[in-house]
Design a protein around this ligand. Structure first.
Ligand code: MEV
Length: 423
């Protein structure tokens, strides 16, 4: 079915009305969203996932609207505790939509496993002996996962590096594995452990660590969009966003914050779909430091028509099978709302949302400043912290904004005054 992610006025609806609209937009029965009520997971299920379980902790789940990637619309579930993230992504996606939305592409789902070889006398000889065992190692690796091989994946390549360390010279073998729709950690770690003793034997070294690398630079995904100059606020705003981008490219202090803005979008979708946020974050930050210094993950430039072009490229090791993506009912529902059918498609949506989030932050910073919009939304959280009951939150939040005092102490006073008045 064709999804329409343009759902105007969603923010003004009740949760029940939103669910009906989202279910309708995604072609699902609204009952399927009922699982989201208690965070989608009970303590019995949680107890099967990790150790020493004492409960669960809920995170708000919203949906970003207006997202178009490669000509297809997506309603994008985002799990985050931060106010204004979902609204900002939706706004930026609306601006990108005018020029066709996001274009995304990727390298294919290849993960790397590292096998560390020690006690090497002749490092270069050891490296060559590793490479001579290529056919045997690939065959042995593939024998570990016939299902993956049947699905068109499997071990593809073996390389080796000589590494000078403070503990002497080591040889590091890299096994490249096409993991298809999996995140791939289990598949590649199993292969690495299986081939390590044979690699050690053939190369005359001792194997130590056998583990995937989170620097997943053979699983890159990139997104691009044109953001309309007029909708951004005019040519001056375009120039200022370009200057903001140049600042982040040149300065690691700014780059860390710029990239944090990107991760606000990326991690929210990664979490909502039950994927490994830490793996993705490690991959993204290692990519930001790939040339030695730490820099911005995205670039903003002015195109020939005076519009703003945004580009973002990051490793995106996410899966649709295995792990919490399958075990967590809310994650399953999030994936159904998204309607993606492959890990590559999921990754393209995630990176597009990262770019949308980044644009929204840079636009706000270059125009009115971040606090204006952020504090309006943040006022609701402050109202709750100040003791406001759900039905009191809108009035209390509005008062905090109007008085320009978005503070918990003041929220407490406003709540008390409101109750006093109602008595
Ligand atoms: C806040 O969560 C994220 C921002 O700081 C990102 C940025 O500065 O680009 C607004």
């Amino acid at each position: 079915m064709t999804v329409n992610s343009r759902i105007p006025g969603l923010k003004d609806k009740s949760v029940a009305e939103r669910r009906a609209l989202v279910a309708d937009g995604a072609g699902l029965d609204v009952a399927a969203l009922g699982v989201l009520d208690a965070g989608g997971i009970g303590t019995v299920q949680a107890d099967q996932m990790i150790e020493n379980v004492i409960g669960t902790i809920g995170v708000p789940l919203g949906v970003a609207t207006n997202v178009t990637v490669n000509g297809r619309d997506y309603i994008v579930p985002m799990a985050t505790e931060e106010a204004s993230v979902v609204a900002a992504a939706s706004n930026a996606a609306r601006i990108a939509r005018v020029h066709g939305g996001f274009r995304a592409s990727g390298t294919g789902p290849v993960m790397i496993a590292q096998i560390q070889l020690l006690d090497v006398a002749d490092a270069h000889g050891t490296r060559n002996r590793v490479l001579e065992a290529r056919e045997e190692i690939l065959e042995l690796a593939n024998a570990q996962d016939p299902v993956l091989v049947r699905l068109g994946g499997g071990a593809r390549e073996l390389t080796a590096r000589v590494l000078a360390t403070r503990d002497g010279t080591q040889v590091i073998a890299h096994l490249y594995v096409d993991v298809r729709d999996a995140m791939g950690a289990n598949a590649v770690n199993t292969m690495a452990e299986a081939v390590a003793p044979v690699l050690a034997e053939r190369s005359g070294a001792r194997s130590l660590l056998r583990i995937l690398s989170n620097k997943a630079d053979t699983r890159l995904v990139r997104a691009r969009a044109v953001f309309d100059a007029e909708l951004l606020g005019g040519p001056g705003v375009v120039d200022d966003i370009v200057s903001a981008s140049a600042f982040a490219e040149a300065d690691p202090y700014r780059a860390a914050t710029h990239n944090k803005g990107i991760m606000n979008g990326i991690s929210a979708v990664v979490l909502a779909t039950g994927n490994d946020t830490r793996a993705v974050e490690a991959g993204c930050h290692s990519h930001a430091a790939r040339d030695g210094g730490y820099t911005a993950l995205s670039r903003f430039e002015k195109d020939r028509d005076g519009n703003l072009t945004g580009t973002l490229e990051v490793p995106m090791p996410v899966g649709l099978v295995g792990g919490a993506t399958r075990a967590h009912p809310a994650a399953q529902t999030a994936i159904r709302i998204l309607g993606v059918t492959s890990a590559a498609e999921l990754a393209e949506v995630i990176v597009s949302v990262g770019l949308a989030q980044n644009l929204a932050a840079c636009r706000a910073l270059a125009a009115e400043g971040i606090q204006h919009g952020h504090m309006r939304l943040h006022a609701r959280t402050v109202a709750v912290s100040g003791g406001a009951a759900p039905e009191e939150v809108p009035e209390v939040a509005e008062r905090l904004v109007k008085d320009g005092r978005i503070q918990v102490e003041y929220a407490r006073e406003v709540v008390a005054a409101l109750r006093e008045k109602a008595r």
